[in-house]
Ligand binder design. Structure first.
Ligand SMILES: Cc1cc2nc3c(=O)[nH]c(=O)nc-3n(C[C@H](O)[C@H](O)[C@H](O)COP(=O)(O)O)c2cc1C
Length: 349
């Protein structure tokens, strides 16, 4: 799956965000590979219904890598084999970066960075259990006194992993400071397998800096893709031509939010519970424009499909052409007339 020289752009995993509709939108937006939100290996092995529900995929989101977390090599291997058996995954990634105490407490996530040799054995168990490519997503280390990512990348390669993705912060740092490009450069130097550099990329220039300063083989983007799935194609264009495509306009953002809404609505089979995950996404489209705070507040208080339609159409200023392009699901008469009334109002553009 990994194609050197192509500088693949990865959607890095985000629990609660990198769900199937968003993954598909990022593919459309130019991502080469998308990584699903982490799932617990224990829950997969126990066939927890909610977790199994998270293993559903969306048409158009391949290649997709499924990420698991856990601390027991047998459990990780069994979970990976089960996911492979579903036939909807193009790779298995092991979470070695989550800093949340409920994950690291039992020894999972970033706690795996504490013992290189023991983690190498666990990775090897996973590699042996599946035919799919296995990768590891790590932080630079557990804390500033144990920057082990270069050794861990070597260990991952020894275990048979096909690539590593490195977020250049320690687990203790959480999201403070900046992703350390020097550490990622050291990982690249030490690693016999491709390295994806990750952390703080929110513009094409950031992505280029990551490549130039670390020599990494591809870049991983997480927060920078929220409300901004176009970032991947803007980066691609910048890499290929040196041209900096303009930021999406307000109308493009509104249309993006509507597209996201439609995808999620259909994926969740018109279940209004879908809003729980969707609201977090939609507010991100409505960020950074004068007057958009009201819209973000509006998203927070939406309770049904019709209200969401109204809100998005209102943001579009009731523009009839937008209405046609939005392809909102089952646009109601009330939404239509409200949108028409909203035309000419002073919604942010
Ligand atoms: C809300 C949120 C959820 C995350 N969930 C995961 C996860 O499930 N697995 C993982 O490996 N990293 C997870 N991360 C870390 C990101 O993949 C990424 O490494 C980190 O955010 C740095 O990249 P960025 O600056 O591009 O956001 C998460 C980050 C955020 C902000």
């Amino acid at each position: 799956m990994f194609q050197p020289n192509k500088r693949p752009l990865y959607l890095a995993p985000m629990a609660g965000f990198t769900d199937p509709p968003f993954r598909a939108l990022c593919h459309e937006g130019g991502a080469d590979v998308v990584v699903a939100e982490m799932v617990s290996s224990k829950a997969v092995v126990r066939r927890n219904p909610k977790t199994l529900g998270m293993l559903r995929s969306y048409p158009g989101e391949r290649p997709v890598i499924w990420q698991i977390f856990g601390c027991d090599g047998f459990e990780l291997a069994d979970a990976a084999a089960y996911i492979e058996s579903l036939g909807e995954s193009d790779g298995i990634d092991i979470n070695m970066g989550c800093p949340m105490p409920k994950i690291t407490g039992p020894g999972s996530g970033a706690a795996l960075m504490k013992d290189v040799e023991s983690t190498r054995r666990k990775l090897e168990q996973v590699v042996r259990a599946v035919k799919l490519p296995v990768s590891a997503k790590m932080r630079s280390g557990w804390d500033s006194r144990s920057i082990v990512a270069p050794d861990m990348a070597q260990a991952a390669a020894d275990a048979g992993c096909q690539h590593v993705c490195v977020h250049g912060r320690t687990s203790k740092q959480l999201y403070q400071g900046q992703s350390d490009l020097e550490v990622i450069a050291r990982v690249k130097e030490a690693s016999p397998i491709p390295v994806i550099g990750n952390g703080d990329i929110s513009t094409p220039e950031d992505a280029l800096r990551m490549l130039r300063e670390t020599g990494c083989d591809g870049v991983g983007i997480a927060r920078g893709a929220l409300g901004n799935p176009w970032i991947f194609s803007r980066i691609k264009r910048f890499f290929e031509t040196g041209e900096l495509a303009p930021e999406p306009t307000w109308m493009e953002k509104v249309a993006g939010a509507a597209r996201h809404f439609t995808r999620a609505w259909n994926f969740h089979q018109r279940d209004e519970n879908a809003y729980r995950g969707l609201k977090g996404h939609l507010v991100k489209y409505f960020t950074g424009h004068p007057g958009s705070a009201d819209l973000r507040r509006g998203v927070g208080s939406v309770t049904c499909n019709e209200e969401m339609e109204l809100l998005i159409l209102g943001a579009a200023g009731g523009n009839r052409i937008m209405e046609a392009t939005l392809e909102l699901p089952g646009l109601t008469e009330r939404a239509r007339s409200s949108a028409a009334q909203a035309a000419g109002s002073d919604h942010p553009r």
